[in-house]
Write a protein that binds this ligand. Structure first.
Ligand code: UTP
Length: 291
């Protein structure tokens, strides 16, 4: 296997307005919504850390302070848990702030995912990095980023997470044209954000996991407003294809768009049923429902 630069840093964009989840997101960050008992953003931090990432860069904005508090040490809570002899909970709480080096950068205005990633440029510097969107949950035996890391370690290129979607749904996604490399691995030849079904090059859609070459920052400088009036990461990646190879990996696992209310409910049920602690009583409860 060729030697590639290690991926040490992950950028977690969390500055969006979460309008699809109003009113819950009026004063609380969407990224702090819990799946069973864990905030969405903690799930992606754990996914990144399990892949060897040590530095977590969170892009925040107005109203997102709860995210910083969550990953900070909580002196009062820790001493209360210690006093009450709740050692297991104390360990769990300490683990949250010890997992990684956390740093934060503000996106002053929610101008789009591409702009959010560009805000992290100085903190990332000149090295490959991962991007994980907390509102894309991929539930399966191997995490999405771990599946992509093995392709990154093989080729040393940017790697994008992909999944097939029904043709009518492509209008909600970034969509790629590809040349097959092998089963489930593609070389990307073109990308388009939110195409009409008749203009889509395929039904392979971009899912919120990326491993990116730092050259993407140059490309992000050049893009102008795209689909939905936002600065789109897809447009920068499309420009990058002119000079660099980008691979795509079809991700195994069930994907939930937990930024939507229905996707969030579905993920909550799926993860609740799989919970070691709550799975059994939760399944029993579901069986008793009249539906
Ligand atoms: P989404 O488009 O799903 O999030 O962005 P949103 O804009 O918050 O949601 P809606 O459409 O209004 O409901 C995916 C991720 O990118 C972040 C979001 O916080 C989310 O985690 N994001 C999006 C930013 O950080 N900045 C932006 O300008 C846009």
């Amino acid at each position: 296997m060729m030697s590639v630069k290690p991926v040490r840093k992950a950028v977690l964009p969390a500055a969006g307005l979460g309008t699809r989840f109003l009113p819950a997101t009026k004063a609380s960050p969407k990224e702090m919504l819990p799946l069973v008992d864990k905030p969405l953003i903690q799930c992606v931090v754990e996914e990144a850390v399990a892949c060897g990432i040590t530095d977590i860069i969170i892009v925040t904005g107005r109203g997102k302070r709860a995210i910083e508090d969550h990953f900070d040490m909580s002196f009062e809570l820790e001493s209360a848990l210690r006093d009450k002899g709740k050692g297991d909970l104390l360990k769990e709480v300490q683990h949250i702030s010890d997992m990684a080096n956390f740093c934060y950068v503000r996106q002053p205005e929610a101008l789009g995912l591409g702009h959010a990633v560009a805000c992290a440029r100085n903190m990332v510097g000149d090295e490959p990095f991962a991007v994980l969107l907390a509102d894309d949950v991929i539930h399966g035996p191997t995490s999405a980023l771990a599946q992509m890391m093995s392709v990154y370690n093989e080729f040393g290129t940017s790697v994008i997470g992909l999944q097939q979607v029904p043709p009518a749904d492509v209008v909600n996604y970034g969509v790629v044209a590809t040349n097959p490399v092998r089963e489930g691995v593609h070389q990307i030849s073109d990308m388009v954000e939110k195409p009409a079904p008749k203009d889509a090059p395929s039904n392979l859609s971009v899912i919120g996991r990326y491993i990116l070459d730092p050259a993407v920052f140059e490309a992000l400088e050049q893009i102008s407003t795209g689909a939905g009036g936002e600065l789109q990461l897809t447009d920068a990646l499309k420009d990058m294809l002119r000079g660099r190879v980008v691979h795509g990996v079809e991700l195994d696992g069930t994907r939930y768009d937990v930024g939507s209310k229905l996707g969030f409910l579905m993920a909550t049920v799926a993860l609740g049923m799989d919970s070691p602690e709550l799975g059994k009583p939760f399944r029993d409860f579901l069986k008793g429902l009249d539906c």
